[in-house]
Design a protein around this ligand. Sequence first.
Ligand SMILES: [Zn+2]
Ligand SMILES: [Zn+2]
Length: 140
Amino acid sequence: MPNPFSSFFGRRARRQEAVIESDTRELRLSREEETVFDNNGSVETTERVTSIIEGGERITSHLQVVGQCTEAGCDRFLTHHSIRECFCGKILCPAHAGWDEQEKRFLCGECMRILRRRRRWQLLWGLLTAPFIERRNNDS
Ligand SMILES: [Zn+2]
Ligand SMILES: [Zn+2]
């Protein structure tokens, strides 16, 4: 254990590392802080933060990460800004979620295909009038 009084003049370094592990990937972030005290009483702190770029978005802290894209082969880590959720429960990145103007929400590719097919039938037969969400399990 270092003596806390001995470091009053000098330097103190602190390093924090956070690792986020998913089934497919690992995200490692670190943050180093060095504080220099000189005998004139001035204190100077320098900070070094490692960051990664995920799909054009900078991630500097594990606290930013709230999910991961479930699309096969993507595995992008997502923040509050980039996370998209389809109502089937799939978590997606912006590249794998499509905005549907009629539903006013993001959809995964599969739900989008189902929805388009249903709309085509609706158009043809005018039979399917119940909301999409209640009928999605009956889709053939
Ligand atoms: Zn994705
Ligand atoms: Zn979906």
